[in-house]
Design a protein around this ligand. Structure first.
Ligand code: NAD
Ligand code: UDP
Length: 337
């Protein structure tokens, strides 16, 4: 099976491509490299033993998509490509709607024309907005507090309308909780450009000496230790969830929505301690004020994915930290180039 992987050189796309290759599928990576480096291709080859086909291009380029779908004999798509920084989305809403919503529309139009009907989409737990009841089930109310989150909700709605219009489509939205970790080889991991927005890459950069200390955004939340609680999931478990979703989706009409999380919440201070165990250091931190827009707690009820896809997260918090530390210490500046 030939799987078009949009955003395939990014963090989750590259590791999912490794898992696809391991399962005997043929990923075709399409990425405009706006937030990733081509150097990841050589790492995929070292890890998986095969250099995947790569196309340097944009999902908004319809002529390119038409050609790739035809020439590569694409059977299904995993659609990761998009912009993902919440703060940036508030400053540049048009760029977010253009990449995330318009980009998806162009892709779907090309798929319709090429009669490719199976797509798995990267959604996010951010679509649950400021939910109060944990754990989150897929039928919890959705809302958005910023353009990034709204772009994910809009795409989910477009997918629902499309699935309702024509039963030949099999569409899946995977709502990721907090993907962290790296390939256990230490060769592949998350490589944020500039100052990391997310907790795990920030802690990893403190551990390797690139940043002085972690700023903990608030210790007065209604959580056991007052710091924010999230559902951190190993990126390889997440990648395996895509394989399960792809297999389940084939030939099954409709829009299928799944949480991909572990079902366990961990606080910022717990994450700092777990990472300290992995790297054998005490990591400096200070308490800072809350980050605007953050919720106190967010964790998944992953039961639907387990019962329907036969998938559940298997890797522990200590593995997430150990793998991140191996990647960060072997590649303190991320991927070359
Ligand atoms: P990433 O930035 O590492 O990967 C996204 C890739 O898409 C990048 O390589 C980028 O160059 C590419 N891209 C962006 N716009 C493009 C375009 N118009 N055409 C072609 N390529 C384009 O991000 P990631 O963490 O791997 O996330 C992948 C997907 O998962 C995104 O859609 C993101 O919103 C979603 N997601 C991520 C998280 C997370 O915490 N990492 C959580 C929930 C959802
Ligand atoms: N966080 C923090 N310091 C940082 C980055 C994040 O204290 O430098 C906290 C943040 O407030 C939240 C948790 O870590 O409680 C996870 O944040 P992240 O940005 O990684 O994910 P998201 O906000 O998308 O859940």
């Amino acid at each position: 099976m030939n799987v078009l992987v949009t955003g395939g050189t990014g963090y989750i796309g590259s590791l999912t491509s490794v898992q696809l290759l391991g399962a005997g599928l043929r990923p075709v990576l399409l990425d405009n490299l706006c937030n990733s480096k081509a150097a990841v291709l050589e790492r995929i080859e070292r890890v998986a033993g095969v250099r995947p086909r790569f196309i340097d291009g944009d999902i908004r380029d319809r002529a390119l998509l038409d050609r790739v779908l035809r020439e590569e004999g694409i059977d299904s798509v995993i659609h990761f490509a998009g912009l993902k920084a919440v703060g940036e989305s508030v400053e540049m809403p048009l760029a977010y709607y253009d990449n995330n919503v318009n980009g998806t529309l162009v892709l779907l139009q090309a798929l319709r024309e090429a009669r490719v009907r199976t797509l798995v989409f990267s959604s996010s737990a951010t679509v649950y907005g400021d939910a109060q009841v944990m754990p989150l089930r897929e039928d919890a109310p959705t809302s958005a507090t910023n353009p990034y989150g709204r772009s994910k909700l809009m795409v989910e709605q477009i997918l629902a309308d499309l699935a309702a219009s024509d039963p030949s489509w099999s569409l899946t939205a995977l709502r990721y909780f907090n993907p962290v970790g790296a390939h256990p080889s230490g060769l592949m991991g998350e490589d944020p450009q500039g100052i990391p927005n997310n907790l795990m890459p920030y802690i990893a950069q403190v551990a390797v000496g690139r940043r002085e200390k972690l700023r903990v955004f608030g210790n007065d939340y209604p959580t056991p230790d007052g710091t924010g609680v999230r559902d951190y999931i190993h990126v390889l478990d997440l990648a395996d969830g895509h394989l399960a979703a792809l297999r389940h989706g084939h030939g099954r009409p409709g829009l299928h929505v799944f949480n991909l999380g572990t079902g366990q919440g961990h606080s910022v201070l717990e994450m700092l301690q777990a990472f300290g165990r992995a790297c054998g250091k005490t990591l400096a931190h200070e308490i800072a004020s809350r980050r605007p827009g953050d919720v106190a707690s967010c964790w998944a009820d992953p039961a639907h994915a387990e019962s329907t896809l036969g998938w559940r997260a298997r890797r522990s918090l200590d593995e997430m930290c150990a793998d991140t530390w191996r990647w960060q210490s072997m590649n303190p500046e991320g991927y070359p180039g």
